[in-house]
Design a protein around this ligand. Structure first.
Ligand code: PPS
Length: 329
């Protein structure tokens, strides 16, 4: 059952168009999730339209061979989608060059952001050819419950909150979905006023489930420092044969930031610019910097300190540090 927090005064600045401009905070009891956690009190900020769509997501018919790619936004989702889709589809570069990664691996909950009429993303995800590779930004307790019941494969990619905040701010402001400035975005991110926040319960609960056999937990930071090793482990997780050296070299090149940025079927920039949903800045770039540590020259020292303290406050309750999750960033 969906719980809706009796919230007041959530600023209307998450900038979703039409009906979904207003946001609400939702949770479920998180039945079937292996991790014991206070799910009912773990509120997620979403556009108000979520109320109408939620049941179709929660009751989504999951198939045994589905692979879900779940992330907090801006954690390397698209990068992982391209990697996982190619591994799952026996390195079918021809098909990958014919259709966009977001069509091959549908973002099932994008319908909570836009009213998509009959051709909505939940139906599109359902219609994918098996093995389906489905993307979601929802946290564990708001995902299709059958993921947990049927124990299907779930890839979770996390990224340190300072780089996520910077990337998310550029993304939402660039595509005209957030009306405040960069400084206000920091406050709204920390206060969980942005769609899909709060960040920490999303990332931390999945990190705690990293040893579950059906979960592949990885970080953007590790993909940057050792993509080869990540792909080797991912192939094992997906029950695919080990890659030959030539296959590995080709895949590493295909997945490089420069190649994905130049690849119209992997870079979502043009899709977003041409979606007609809003006025997107002419210099908008989805593939922006693709590095670890962009926060260092993009966030003030004061904001870095605030994010560190906010993180320590959450993680300190569990005796965990950011380094435990992301290494040195
Ligand atoms: S979304 O909108 O939530 O699905 O965005 P997501 O794909 O999760 O994250 C976008 C950021 O990932 C970077 N990216 C990459 N970095 C390195 N290598 C590759 N191949 C790659 N592909 C995408 C992208 O540039 C965004 O990060 P920033 O820091 O903004 O550059």
């Amino acid at each position: 059952m969906l719980h809706i927090a009796p919230t007041k005064n959530i600023p209307d600045n998450t900038g979703q168009p039409t009906k979904s401009q207003q946001v609400i905070r939702v949770s479920t009891d998180g039945d079937f999730i292996p991790l014991k956690w206070n799910w009912a009190e773990t509120w997620l900020t979403v556009p108000v339209i979520f109320k109408d769509i939620y049941k179709r997501i929660y009751d989504f018919e999951v198939k045994e061979d589905d692979v879900f790619i779940v992330t907090f936004p801006k954690c390397g989702t698209t990068w992982m989608q391209e990697a996982a889709w190619l591994l799952l589809n026996n390195l079918d570069y021809e098909e990958a060059s014919r259709s966009h990664v977001l069509k091959r691996s549908v973002y099932m909950d994008i319908s909570i952001l836009y009213e998509m009429g009959g051709n909505d993303s939940i139906a599109m995800a359902a219609e994918l050819k098996s093995p389906r590779c489905i993307k979601s930004h929802l946290p564990p307790h708001l995902l299709p419950r059958q993921i947990w019941q049927k124990k299907v494969k779930l890839i979770y990619c996390a990224r340190n909150p300072k780089d996520v905040l910077v990337s998310f701010s550029h993304f939402l402001r660039g595509k005209g979905a957030y009306r405040g400035n960069a400084k206000e975005f920091v406050d709204d991110f920390l206060n969980a006023n942005i769609t899909y926040t709060p960040y920490w319960p999303h990332v931390f609960t999945m990190w705690q489930m990293r040893a579950e056999p059906e979960v592949f937990f990885i970080t953007f930071e590790e993909m940057k420092s050792n993509l080869r090793g990540v792909l080797e482990r991912l192939a094992v997780f997906l029950e695919k044969p080990a890659l030959t050296e030539a296959q590995m070299e080709k895949l590493l090149k295909h997945l490089s930031f420069e190649n994905m940025k130049a690849n119209q079927q992997a870079n979502p920039t043009e899709l977003i610019k041409n979606s007609g949903k809003r006025i997107v800045a002419s210099d908008f770039e989805f593939m922006r910097r693709g590095i670890v540590g962009s926060y260092k020259d993009e966030l003030s020292e004061e904001d870095q300190r605030r994010i560190n303290e906010w993180s320590e406050q959450f993680l300190g309750q569990f005796n965990v540090s950011m380094t435990d999750i992301f290494g040195d960033i």
